[in-house]
Unconditional design. Structure first.
Length: 495
């Protein structure tokens, strides 16, 4: 990517600590970001810019320190000399040399720091700020010859696509769509076309980020209502999942017996998500909800693993929230999605019920929703499908005419302990679906209709509850007793 020949003369990286941190970026941090998109940007262009632009160098060293702290069990940031010294220098250098590309890279790398900490909302604010700056910049040059300048080419061909890729990914963080359609620069920007680059990983965080990078593409395949800007063929995504599995097998084999024992739950947990994403990719190739009948064994395997987790949590519930239990994964994918996905997609009634009961017993909050929210929505969907099967005098839950797809759950009147659920019925037409409505009773859990509850929920329902790999589950301290109430849903038995 020969885009930086016009920049300032070479500047020194710094002392031995700075050089170590820069080398850490090249060897450890850049491969983590490459797990998502833009491999050549992270591994080639940014380090080159860091050599010749002080502002970029300082920000790169700051971001490298954050990666080491949050992803690779480094020391705390307040004790990290490189982070402390370069954070202020990065801001000062950007202010003293406010070229628009430097400011944009500062926005981008500050966002990356937040994403690495699991602070998606804050990170997306930096991305929005960068897009606003880019829009103002484009308005200022659109009628001039500057559009062909090296600086403009750097922004349009290299920096802009990374911003757009994060915008394209933002709904899989559980947030609503962020659009650039109204930006003057919208027509010139496209997301990075580079798919995740899965290099061999030698630590558990590398395995997490590699799978998370693939998962965003998987989730977009799942959303039948919203097409991503850049289409990714399912067969290529499946190949990435296969590559991850082979790398993960090698990683697990390389662990010492002591570390393998310590990582038991984390290793099983990551395989659960790999299994779920594999089902999503294969199911996305078909237009029928009945296709999920093919994956009964996978769904049962997922629930079996949660049986194992529950046995441990029953002895000590704090293990659910202890990073040490999860091989020091202070953040991960969360516990809700595999159970929610199984409850709403599995066609075997017993497995669905087991997943629902596990969901009711979790009592966790994960970013934009809680396990209780997921429980009541999944339960309502299961009831709707069961009722359709009974009304239509069909004996199982595999006829797609009895199956539904969620569109949105919302509260219209906060004075009432109820929510609305809009869902599509067969045939599932993307542009003009047949939409029906049901009411969800929230009275069994007062927290669901409290001011702190996040409604509406839309895309998160359509992509199996996935919200990215930066979730830190926290206890809800909920006493709604969903799990112990003993009320089982009625299913008409198969004949």
């Amino acid at each position: 990517m020969n885009l930086i020949h016009f920049v300032a003369p070479m500047s020194s990286i710094g002392d031995s600590d700075d050089k170590r941190s820069f080398q850490f970026w090249v060897e450890q941090a850049a491969p983590i970001f490459s797990c998502y998109f833009g491999h050549s940007f992270w591994t080639q262009l940014l380090p080159q810019l860091g050599f010749v632009r002080p502002a970029v160098k300082h920000m790169l060293l700051v971001t490298s320190s954050v990666v080491e702290n949050t992803a690779l069990e480094g020391g705390p940031l307040d004790q990290n000399i490189v982070y402390q010294s370069h954070y202020t220098k990065a801001i000062q250098a950007t202010c003293s040399s406010p070229q628009v590309e430097n400011v944009l890279l500062a926005c981008l790398l500050f966002a990356c720091c937040d994403f690495m900490k699991g602070s998606y909302d804050s990170g997306l604010r930096h991305i929005r700020s960068g897009l606003s700056i880019m829009d103002e910049w484009y308005n200022s040059i659109r009628n001039s010859n500057l559009k062909a300048s090296p600086s403009a080419r750097l922004i349009i061909n290299a920096i802009g696509p990374i911003f757009v890729s994060y915008i394209d990914k933002s709904p899989t963080y559980g947030f609503g769509d962020i659009t650039v359609d109204n930006c003057a620069c919208a027509g010139m920007l496209t997301p990075s076309l580079e798919l995740p680059y899965i290099a061999p990983f030698n630590h558990i965080h590398g395995a997490l980020h590699a799978l998370d990078g693939i998962a965003h593409y998987v989730a977009r395949l799942m959303d039948w209502r919203k097409q991503s800007w850049t289409l990714s063929p399912p067969q290529k995504i499946q190949m990435l999942l296969d590559t991850w599995r082979m790398s993960f097998d090698r990683f697990e084999t390389s662990l010492t017996p002591a570390k393998r024992d310590a990582y038991t739950m984390a290793l099983s947990y990551l395989r659960i998500y790999h299994t779920m994403f594999g089902v999503m990719v294969r199911a996305s190739a078909g237009d029928s909800e009945a296709i999920y009948e093919r994956f009964d064994e996978e769904f049962k395997w997922i629930v079996d693993r949660y049986d194992d987790f529950t046995t441990s949590w029953a002895k000590d519930d704090s293990l659910k929230f202890s990073a040490g239990t999860w091989a020091n994964l202070e953040y991960h994918f969360g516990f809700i999605p595999p159970l929610f996905f199984t409850a709403i997609k599995c066609r075997d009634p017993t497995t669905r019920m087991d997943a629902l009961n596990h969901l009711g017993s979790l009592r966790v909050v994960e970013n934009n929703w809680t396990s209780c929210t997921a429980y009541v929505i999944a339960k309502k969907m299961m009831q709707i499908e069961t009722n359709l099967s009974i009304i239509n005098d069909r004996t199982d839950l595999t006829d797609q005419r009895d199956l539904i797809r969620p569109i949105e759950a919302y509260i219209t009147d906060k004075r009432m302990p109820q929510a609305g659920l809009d869902y599509a019925v067969y045939p599932f037409i993307k542009d003009q679906p047949l939409i029906q409505h049901e009411t969800i009773d929230l009275s069994d859990c007062p927290a669901l209709s409290s001011p702190s509850a996040r409604w509406p929920l839309a895309r998160i329902l359509r992509i199996g509850g996935y919200q990215g790999g930066g979730i830190t589950p926290a206890p809800t301290n909920c006493h709604c007793q969903f799990y112990s109430c003993g009320n089982r849903l009625f299913y008409r038995p198969r004949t």
